[in-house]
Design a protein around this ligand. Structure first.
Ligand code: NDP
Length: 397
């Protein structure tokens, strides 16, 4: 029985709150705090259990410290934005709370994805006897756990990993992003990067494309991108020769994105407009549909997973591990589309592992460093069932 504080009442925060509320035997008291308290109250009103709400500016460590001291949660689940990771980690250290997030820290003025800032907290969390679990969403998150499970049960050595993230959902808008537009567009417009034979290889943004025939949703164009889990996975799997990340986008999405980029709307540096400084990407976010509003309009499914190849008992082996998630079913359950759902459910499951003691380990951990079995079981129990297919060989991508 444990008290949790969820920070961030956006698309993912809504799902985490709903899912924690479904397990009162684990999450005995739930607090939801965010910059705009009305959004917390809206989520709380959707749920039968009593959800406590609060206002907080998570950019301010001292405000967080005061809130955490007042509530005294065992664990803080950070589903605000990556910019707040370090202030929330600082506040957890000062107040003695465990920490969990779904995205690695990013400075506001530079689209730079790196775990270093958070890995630097290792000694402080260890000596405080606290746990920080990094990347407990779907990707990063479930995809990392899939790799850990593959290593534990299917391989002696993993050599090749391709992570494939496909969304065949249709929300009916000409252009919208499925999670925070600012974070999403910063990620997609960055250079592609993958790791091969011990070095990073860079590609122009969205310049490498392959068509892949996904289970259930069929063939889709997938583009090579850099994604943060690559950085931790190369540290944690000896023998790895290559790892890449692919995401699907429609022609329509890419055409809109190209135009927005060409006219400067995706810039993250401030420009002066009528005597006032504005960041074009933040202004664009104000114009685009709120991802949290897409749920009731989105139809179709996602398919996210990993193709993993390597050796078992001297023999070559390839497996494909994936989850299919249905946008409409997610909306029916928790008023949210599948992207927020498939991020929020693993955040709840990661939190459950820490609170139950299974993952209560001092220090800062990427999720693949912890035993995958109970987490994998919980994916099946709490809404994200997975499949494993044996393939003849690693597909040409
Ligand atoms: P949203 O933009 O929908 O929600 C973010 C929430 O955080 C909003 O409610 C926002 O408040 C709040 N917030 C922002 N800044 C502050 C602040 N300074 N203090 C307090 N609250 C703040 O984003 P999502 O829910 O789509 O995404 C949440 C997180 O999940 C992001 O970090 C994203 O990168 C991550 N993510 C991870 C995935 C994974 O698979 N690992 C996939 C998808 C998302 P307000 O309402 O006032 O703006």
């Amino acid at each position: 029985m444990s008290r949790v504080l969820i920070i961030g009442a956006g698309g993912v925060g809504r799902v985490v709150t709903h899912k924690c509320a479904q397990l009162p035997e684990v999450f005995s008291e739930i607090w939801l705090a965010s910059r705009t308290v009305e959004k917390c109250d809206q989520v709380a009103a959707e749920i039968e259990n009593n959800i406590h709400t609060a206002q907080v500016d998570a950019d301010k460590t001292q405000d967080l410290v005061e809130l955490i001291k007042r509530i005294s949660p065992k664990l803080v689940i950070n589903v605000a934005l990556p910019y707040q990771d370090l202030t929330i980690m600082d506040a957890c250290l000062e107040t003695g709370a465990d920490y969990l997030d779904t995205a690695n820290y990013e400075p506001l003025d530079e689209a730079k994805f790196e775990y270093k800032w958070q890995w630097d907290y290792q000694d402080r969390f260890k000596s405080a006897g606290l746990t920080a679990l990094l990347g407990s969403g779907f990707d990063p998150g479930v995809t990392n756990v899939f790799c850990a499970y593959a290593q534990k049960h299917y391989f002696d050595t993993i050599e090749f990993i391709d992570i494939l993230d496909a969304n065949a959902g249709d929300h009916g808008h000409a252009f919208a992003t499925n999670f925070n537009p600012e974070i999403n567009i910063r990620e997609i417009t960055a250079n592609g990067r993958y790791w091969e034979n011990g070095t990073w290889k860079e590609t122009e943004p969205l310049s490498v494309k392959n068509t892949f025939d996904f289970p259930v949703i069929g063939p889709k164009d997938a583009y090579l991108m850099y994604h943060e889990e690559l950085e931790s996975l190369i540290q944690n799997f000896d023998g790895l020769k290559r790892i890449r990340f692919w995401m699907t986008f429609s022609e329509q999405y890419l055409t809109h994105l190209k135009v927005l980029e060409n006219v400067g709307m995706t810039r993250i540096d401030p420009v002066t407009y009528e005597g006032k400084e504005i960041v074009p990407l933040q202004f664009l976010k104000a114009l685009l549909p709120d991802p949290a509003s897409l749920g009731e309009r989105t139809k179709g499914k996602t398919c996210i997973g990993c193709i993993v190849s390597g050796k078992k008992d001297g023999e070559a082996r390839t497996i494909y591990m994936y989850n299919i998630c249905d946008h409409e079913a997610c909306y029916e359950e928790v008023n949210s589309q599948a992207i927020s759902y498939s991020t929020g459910v693993p955040a709840m499951i990661g939190a459950k592992q820490i609170l139950s003691g299974n993952w209560k380990k001092e220090g800062v951990w990427n999720i693949e460093q912890l035993d995958p079995d109970a987490f994998m079981q919980d994916l099946n129990n709490y809404g994200l069932p997975w499949e494993i297919q044996e393939l003849d060989q690693h597909p040409e991508l």
